[in-house]
Design a protein around this ligand. Structure first.
Ligand SMILES: Nc1nc2c(ncn2[C@@H]2O[C@H](COP(=O)(O)OP(=O)(O)O)[C@@H](O)[C@H]2O)c(=O)[nH]1
Ligand SMILES: [Mg+2]
Length: 322
């Protein structure tokens, strides 16, 4: 693994791309690589960008890349699209955008689709971000589509979350309902050249005053025309302000610790679920279920017995009382 870690750290683009493929495909080397890379991560600024399809997220991020490059920082994009089976239009669009940065070694763009995996994309996106973090990208964007639970999960990976809305789309109401208002640190009113931009800004302000009250960080609302590159310097400035706010308020480490705790807990829960699923494939489990059905045994009794077996195999204390 040392060889791979060194290659990633040196920014070897082909190796970075391969590593992300391992993550996507659940390659057996994935876990070892992630563990070996972990000590070299933590330096990147992770920014989540979400909003409805067509809101202009990709165009926006693309423009931000130029702003960030002007400052001499390296930047990467992970475009997560749970709806596209990886070969769809999103990838095509990303190819076009990537071509604009093709000669720039300081930019890395990658799409991730679902490929039918049920586990969601939050974990793969997080791991891909870690690879890019270890590779020395200063800023990593994670672009997701929509405002569903999986997007909210992905947004939990980010230090700063920007929500992109467009005038006249009715997005704001949706977002309010989905409870994503609370998750966003920044609001972007994109396509501000369109009619109704001012009204959308007022609507967001109104909702924010309800949700945020006098919170220490009041999310700014930035109007952009990302196609023309308008407002992007201001937006990048606000993203940096949020980062500074997190650092100065002590929330930066706090938020990250909270996320790491959730991550470790999720891994443990998943492992337990898998072990349990293995255990109860035993025909004896079916027999016990039959006894529950015939009222010979109570559900709790059987659950205790099988939990105890699980604890035995995973080296825990034996508390079998069943
Ligand atoms: N009029 C206008 N069109 C825009 C603007 N930003 C993006 N678009 C267009 O909106 C469409 C969707 O953009 P895209 O970035 O792919 O949206 P995404 O699905 O949110 O990533 C594209 O045709 C863009 O050219 C803008 O500020 N004004
Ligand atoms: Mg897009």
């Amino acid at each position: 693994m040392d060889e791979w870690v060194n290659a990633v750290k040196e920014g070897d683009r082909r190796k970075i791309a391969r590593a992300i493929s391992w993550i996507e495909n659940g390659d057996i080397r994935r876990e070892a690589l992630m563990e070996a890379l972990y000590p070299h991560t933590g330096g990147a600024f992770l920014i989540g960008v979400t909003g409805s399809p067509g809101a202009g997220k990709s165009t926006l991020v693309d423009g931000l890349l130029f702003e960030i490059r002007k400052q001499g920082k390296k930047a990467a994009v992970i475009a997560v699209d749970p709806t596209s089976p990886f070969t769809g239009g999103a990838l095509l669009g990303d190819r076009v955008r990537m071509a604009r940065h093709a000669l720039d070694k300081g930019v890395f763009i990658r799409s991730m689709g679902t490929r039918g995996s049920l586990g969601g994309l939050a974990r793969p996106a997080k791991e891909a971000a870690r690879v890019l973090d270890a590779a020395g990208y200063d800023v990593i964007f994670i672009e997701t589509v929509g405002v569903g639970q999986s997007e909210i999960d992905i947004m939990h990976l980010a230090d700063t979350v920007a929500l992109v809305l467009t005038p006249g789309s009715g997005d704001a109401v949706q977002v309010f309902k989905a409870g994503i208002m609370e998750t966003a640190d920044l609001f972007v009113v994109n396509k501000a050249d369109g009619e109704g931009a001012e009204k959308l800004v007022r609507d967001i302000e109104e909702m924010l005053s309800l949700v945020k009250g006098d919170a220490p960080w009041m999310p700014p609302i930035v109007q952009t025309e990302s196609k023309e590159g308008r407002g992007l310097d201001l937006l990048w400035g606000k993203m940096e302000s949020h980062r500074l706010y997190l650092l100065e308020s002590g929330n930066w480490e706090g938020h990250r610790l909270q996320r790491l705790r959730r991550e470790v807990q999720e891994i443990m829960e998943e492992e337990l679920r898998n072990q349990l699923a293995d255990r109860i494939r035993d025909p004896a489990f079916q027999q016990d279920l039959d006894r529950v059905q015939s009222r010979e045994k109570a559900p709790h009794e059987v659950a205790r017995k099988w939990l105890a077996r699980l604890m035995d195999t995973s080296g825990g204390a034996n508390y079998d009382r069943g």
